[in-house]
Design a protein around this ligand. Structure first.
Ligand SMILES: Nc1ncnc2c1ncn2[C@@H]1O[C@H](COP(=O)(O)OP(=O)(O)OP(=O)(O)O)[C@@H](O)[C@H]1O
Length: 306
C-alpha cells in the first residue's frame, strides 16, 4: 500500500512550516511519499493524484483535512491525520489529539484503518462539521478584520461586528423530508463530530459512526441572548435553552429567501440559499485512535466488525 503525506506549511500559525523539514524527512524515512502544499487547494490536487487504496495523511489543521478529504471522498483511499493546526476538530472526533507529532505520524502511517460516516453538503464532502448562519458569518467577517488582530482577538472582533448588525434570516428546516421548523434562525449545525471552531462542543452527542447527522438548531435570539448563550455553548450546556433544539437525521435540508453563509470544517462554502446535507454510513476510511485511547470506551468499531 502506498503512503502519501501532505504537509500544509501555513497551518498552525506557522508551526507546521517550522517543523516541515523534519516531518518530510520522517515520512520519507518510513517509506512514504511526502509533499509540501504550495497554496490553497493544492492538498486536494495531491490527494486526487494518490493511487487507489493509498493512505493519505493530512498534516495541519481542519482546513488541510478538509482539502485532502475533497480529494479522496468516494474512493478507497484512507485518510490519516497529524493534527498540528489551530483547529483540530476532525482529529478530536477520531480521538487523535494529544500525541507529539512524530508519534501521530507513526500512527497515521501504520495503525489499522477504521471507518466513519462520510457527510456531504451540496455535493461537497465534510469530515466533522457543517455550520450555517451566525458562526459562518463570524468566520467570514474574521477574513476582513484588521491584519494586526490575530487568533482569539480576531474572532472576538468579528463576533461583535456581526452582532452589531445582527439580522436573523427566516429559515425552513426539513429533516428526512419532514418540515420541523420555519422561522427566524440564528444558526444550524449539522455535525458528524461533537465540536467545531477548535473544540466548541456544539453537538456533544454526535457519533461519527451512527449513520446520522447530529443537528443543532438555534432559533430566535436577540443580541444579548447570543452573548448570554456563549458561555453555555463553550461548556456544552446550551441544548437545554428554550430556543435551541437538537435532532438527528440522515438528510438535512435548509432553505432561506436569500443566500446565507455556511462553512464546512471551518472552510467557507460558496454562499447558497439552499443547503442539502446527507450521510453515507461508514463511507470514509480513516486512521482513528478511539479504540486504543487510555481509559476510554471504544467508540470506533474496526472496519471488519461493521
Ligand atoms: N502553502 C500554503 N500557503 C498558504 N496557505 C495554504 C497553503 N497550503 C494550504 N493552505 C491553506 O491554509 C489554510 C489553513 O489550514 P488549516 O485549517 O489546516 O490550518 P489551521 O492552523 O487550523 O488554520 P486556521 O485556524 O486558519 O483554519 C487552508 O484553508 C488551506 O487552504
Amino acid at each position: 500500500m502506498e503512503r502519501w503525506v501532505i504537509v500544509n506549511p501555513a497551518a498552525g500559525r506557522g508551526k507546521v512550516g517550522r517543523l516541515s523539514g523534519a516531518i518530510l524527512r520522517a515520512a520519507r524515512e518510513r517509506g512514504a511519499k511526502a509533499f509540501l502544499t504550495e497554496g490553497p487547494g493544492h492538498a486536494t490536487e495531491l490527494a486526487q493524484r494518490a493511487p487507489e487504496g493509498a493512505r493519505v495523511v493530512a498534516v495541519g489543521g481542519d482546513g488541510t483535512v478538509h482539502e485532502v478529504l475533497r480529494g479522496i471522498a468516494g474512493t478507497e483511499k484512507v485518510l490519516g491525520v497529524v493534527p498540528i493546526g489551530s483547529g483540530n476538530d476532525f482529529a478530536r472526533m477520531l480521538g487523535l489529539r494529544g500525541l507529539p507529532w512524530p508519534l501521530a505520524l507513526e500512527h497515521a502511517l501504520l495503525a489499522p484503518e477504521e471507518a466513519v460516516d462520510l457527510c456531504r453538503v451540496n455535493g461537497e464532502p465534510f469530515g466533522a462539521s457543517l455550520g450555517v448562519g451566525f458562526d459562518a458569518l463570524v468566520a467570514k467577517k474574521a477574513l476582513s478584520a484588521p491584519p494586526f488582530l490575530r487568533g482569539m482577538p480576531r474572532y472576538l472582533y468579528a463576533l461583535f461586528a456581526v452582532l452589531k448588525e445582527l439580522r436573523l434570516p427566516e429559515g425552513r428546516l426539513l429533516l428526512d423530508g419532514r418540515e420541523v421548523y420555519q422561522g427566524p434562525l440564528l444558526l444550524l449545525a449539522a455535525m458528524n463530530g461533537p465540536a467545531y471552531g477548535g473544540g466548541i462542543p456544539i453537538a456533544p452527542m454526535a457519533d461519527p459512526q451512527d449513520g446520522l447527522l447530529s443537528v443543532v438548531l438555534a432559533k430566535r435570539f436577540s443580541r444579548p441572548g447570543v452573548v448570554f448563550i456563549l458561555p453555555r455553548l463553550l461548556s456544552g450546556r446550551h441544548l437545554s435553552h428554550p430556543q435551541v433544539e437538537a435532532f438527528s437525521a440522515k438528510a438535512v435540508e435548509l432553505d432561506f429567501p436569500y443566500p446565507v453563509p455556511a462553512h464546512a470544517d471551518g472552510e467557507l462554502l460558496p454562499e447558497a440559499r439552499v443547503y442539502r446535507a446527507t450521510v453515507e454510513p461508514l463511507g470514509l476510511k480513516v486512521v482513528g485512535r478511539r479504540a486504543g485511547a487510555k481509559g476510554r470506551k471504544p467508540l470506533l468499531r474496526p472496519l471488519e466488525a461493521s
